[in-house]
Design a protein around this ligand. Structure first.
Ligand code: FMN
Length: 205
């Protein structure tokens, strides 16, 4: 039986006046009509983690911090991720890096795509994020959508809405198609691994 993959739309910033909510809402509206995956918003504000202070790496033991443990469990539930992110000083927002550091195996062999926004559509931040995700054994995909300066300024300061830029919505569809393809493919492969492990450990029916 083919169970639909679960994709998290991750809001990568938390500051009170953040722009992140606008692209996240827009993306949620765009995915509403799709029946090939289940999408959910994952907001870092709901996981208020301290700067990393665990005794051990989450590669070795689960985090003890309550919010971090919830974050790790949420990452484990998901089969793929869309990071909705700006860049802060050409890098990834620190709050996102901190969150990523709090889990490990939960991300392994799962695909990620990106919606960047800001001066250069967060192109530099997204490239850095791809490198970080490789260390977490994710599969960062080539597809990304970048909301560049003209649209970003108009959306954030000039009262424009995403409806004014239909080409942005059009460019999200191939990103979603590809992400869902990878999420399905890697889910099948992970499930096969799990079934093999169960057989070895005598858990098969
Ligand atoms: C600390 C900080 C650093 C920033 N650095 C960059 C940058 O390097 N490149 C860029 O295009 N925009 C930069 N910006 C502008 C952001 O793209 C813009 O503020 C965006 O709304 C930030 O995302 P957020 O509103 O979700 O926090 C920076 C903003 C902040 C707060």
């Amino acid at each position: 039986m083919n169970v639909k993959p679960k994709i998290g739309i991750i809001l990568a910033t938390t500051r009170p006046t953040r722009f992140a909510d606008k692209p996240a809402r827009w993306l949620s509206d765009l995915v509403r009509g799709r029946d090939d995956a289940d999408f959910e918003i994952v907001d870092l504000r709901d996981y208020p983690m301290p700067f990393f202070e665990e005794e051990q790496s989450p590669a070795l033991v689960p985090p003890r911090n309550e919010a971090a443990l919830r974050w790790a469990r949420k990452m484990a539930e998901l089969d793929g991720y869309i990071f909705v992110t700006p860049e802060y000083n050409h890098g990834i927002p620190a709050v996102l890096k901190n969150a990523l550091d709090y889990a490990n195996a939960e991300y392994n062999r799962k695909p990620a795509s990106f919606v960047g926004y800001g001066g250069v559509g967060a192109a530099r931040g997204v490239e850095q994020l791809r490198l970080v995700l490789l260390a977490l054994q994710m599969a960062p995909l080539k597809q990304s959508v970048h909301i560049n300066a003209t649209e970003f300024i108009a959306l954030s300061m000039q009262g424009k809405t995403f409806a004014d830029y239909p080409y942005l919505g059009d460019s999200v569809q191939p990103l979603l198609d590809n992400l869902v393809w990878w999420a399905n493919a890697l889910k099948v492969a992970r499930d096969l691994d799990a079934a093999k492990r169960d057989t070895i450990h005598g858990k098969a029916a």
